[in-house]
Design a protein around this ligand. Structure first.
Ligand SMILES: *Cc1c(COP(=O)(O)O)cnc(C)c1O
Length: 567
């Protein structure tokens, strides 16, 4: 679509306005009534209408295409403020609008071409803004956008592995040693161990993909000491027992690190800030960081959805704790409410570098870059552009100078060609500001707390599976205040639930989950927590409880009440 600049601007503005207005106008209708999942009939119809081969003749008309898209939509789950499955987030209108622009421009964020496009610079700005938002120093950290927290965890383990093996071999006098360069066949390629406590499953995937191996992921979670005696009778103690393993056994971690060091194994510790099943925060980063320093281990923090809780004044400590990490995983498509897919990865800059360009680099550039070889010649950007810099005007030179201080996006990612994922994030951060972001996180935390109170009310047919949080001044102390900030796990109360089917030890939680989901008004997902089947609610949508008439709470608890009336 070739258009003069003015025409294009008019087109983008008018279509953009139209989209923005429709998002606003449809919001209430969509949120009040829209089902969270497809109905059985719709699914069946969609399934039957799926084509498995390419038709010779295309659809032919736009009407038909629209109808097809709407039909497919009926077979999908919706991002609704009462969709509490997994941690899916929603899409802020500002993010949806920016995402439409991303497809309009369809620019590929892979090469710095500062005199042709601002995309790579904007991506860098956005990384800086995110660091600022999360209270992390952009002097210390650099980062990039990935496909999700899994992608970020893969980058994290790849960086950790490279840095650790390099360190081991530098100690043996080989400063140049690099696994990224030499591969597994290299002499002195040592084993790498990853120490965890109840990590997200993607850590195992990352260990497999990076060649570390799933067997080298060692769970050093705390064992419950008071087990046996009164555990079965006392509900609170039983809940305490269940959460024990979410924390590291620090003595054991110390022993494991010491042993790994003596065997000259690479050493990585992965700490979850916001454990995916329970939402539990970790208070152990200062202690673990000390151990990592002592045993020269890499510290990776997986804060996929809980990093943004640090925006709330009471949780400022999360920023301080995260800043102890060597690398950090977070997600844009969860708590930040930008569309799929968008992950965030931060890594410590290489402190040994001296010139301003090299100072921006990290081990990530060693892992994803060309190494010692030259980069692909058809992608050369700055070097080529700089060749003619002397003959250029002042502004062109300035743009070039700025670009020269930015790391090459090509050399810090799994992908080469990439979607302009930064734009929706940029739009959201400017649209919401600190206040809007804080309010969004606060709404999610508050909603979770209200649901927990409802589940715990006297005589409730439900039982919450995590311990009751005590009030405390020390906000970093576990299981105080709002320790599981946006997630709540529960099951049918073994005594007070009137429906036998929900209490079955085998699959009762599935029956309960199913009954709640079937109403299509609120979505929950089943889980197993320390051998106990449960139902999980994770609050992450920007619009949950946005309306102060309490609609989302009312509808959700109506469904929870309703399923208990079944005989
Ligand atoms: C969701 C999640 C992941 C995986 O993230 P994706 O974005 O789905 O790849 C990793 N770690 C934690 C703690 C998570 O919550």
């Amino acid at each position: 679509m070739a258009m003069a600049d003015k025409e294009e601007e008019a087109y983008l503005l008018s279509t953009g306005r139209h989209l923005a207005e429709s998002y606003a106008a449809s919001r209430d209708a969509v949120h009040e009534a829209a089902p969270t999942i497809a109905s059985g009939e719709d699914l069946q119809r969609c399934l039957e209408s799926l084509r498995w081969d390419v038709p010779e003749q295309g659809l032919g008309s736009q009407e038909e295409l629209l109808k097809l898209l709407v039909d497919v939509g009926k077979g999908l789950t919706r991002h609704s403020p009462r969709y509490f499955g997994f941690v899916t987030g929603g899409v802020l209108p500002s993010a949806a609008l920016a995402d439409w622009f991303v497809s309009q421009y369809d620019c590929n964020v892979q090469v710095h071409l500062p005199n042709e496009s601002i995309a790579t610079t904007l991506e860098n700005c956005t990384v800086q803004m995110l660091l600022g938002l999360l209270g992390l120093s952009s002097q210390t950290f650099t980062g990039t956008f990935t496909t999700g927290a899994t992608g970020s965890n893969i980058l994290g383990l790849a960086c950790a592995r490279e840095a650790q093996l390099k360190l081991l071999n530098a100690g043996q006098g080989d400063e140049e040693w690099s696994l990224a360069e030499m591969g597994f066949g290299a002499e002195e390629c040592r084993r790498v161990k990853v120490f965890v406590a109840k990590p997200h499953a993607s850590i195992n995937k990352a260990a497999a993909l990076t060649g570390i191996g799933r067997r080298n992921v060692v769970d050093v979670g705390r064992k419950w000491k008071g087990q046996g005696e009164q555990a079965a009778e006392d509900e609170e103690q039983e809940a305490q027992r269940r959460v024990a393993g979410l924390d590291f056994d620090l003595d054991r971690l110390e022993k494991e690190l010491e042993e790994a060091q003596s065997l000259r194994f690479g050493r990585i510790v992965v700490v979850g800030m916001g454990e995916v099943n329970t939402g539990a925060l970790s208070s152990q980063l200062p202690a673990i960081s000390k151990l990592c320093k002592r045993f020269k281990a890499w510290l990776h923090v997986d804060a996929a959805f809980s990093a943004f809780v640090a925006l709330l004044p009471r949780y400022g400590w999360i920023s301080e704790h995260m800043s102890l990490a060597d690398s950090i995983t977070s997600d844009g498509h969860k708590a930040l409410n930008v569309p799929y897919d968008c992950g965030i990865f931060f890594v410590r800059k290489d402190e040994s570098q001296s010139d301003s360009r090299a100072k921006q680099l990290s081990v990530l550039d060693m892992v994803c870059g060309p190494g010692k070889g030259p980069g692909p010649s058809y992608l050369a950007s700055s070097a080529v552009a700089r060749a003619g810099v002397d003959g250029q005007d002042q502004e062109t030179k300035k743009r070039q100078e700025l670009a020269d201080t930015l790391p090459s996006p090509l050399f810090r990612n799994l992908e080469n060609s990439r979607r302009f994922r930064a734009l929706p994030v940029y739009a959201v951060l400017l649209d919401q500001g600190m206040q809007g972001m804080r309010a969004m996180v606060q709404r999610n935390v508050d909603f979770r707390r209200k649901i927990e109170e409802y589940l715990r009310r006297p005589g409730s047919p439900y039982q919450v599976l995590t311990p009751r949080c005590r009030a405390s001044e020390d906000t970093a102390e576990p299981w105080t205040n709002d320790w599981n900030t946006t997630v709540v796990l529960f099951r049918a109360h073994p005594k007070l639930c009137p429906v036998g089917a929900y209490k079955e030890p085998n699959g009762g939680h599935l029956a309960l989950t199913d009954a709640i989901k079937r109403a299509r008004k609120a979505y929950v997902s089943p889980t197993v927590f320390e051998g106990i089947g449960g139902v999980r609610i994770a609050v992450s949508h920007w619009a949950t409880a946005l309306d102060d008439d309490g609609r989302d709470f009312r509808i959700t608890t109506e469904v929870l009440d309703e399923v208990m009336k079944v005989k």
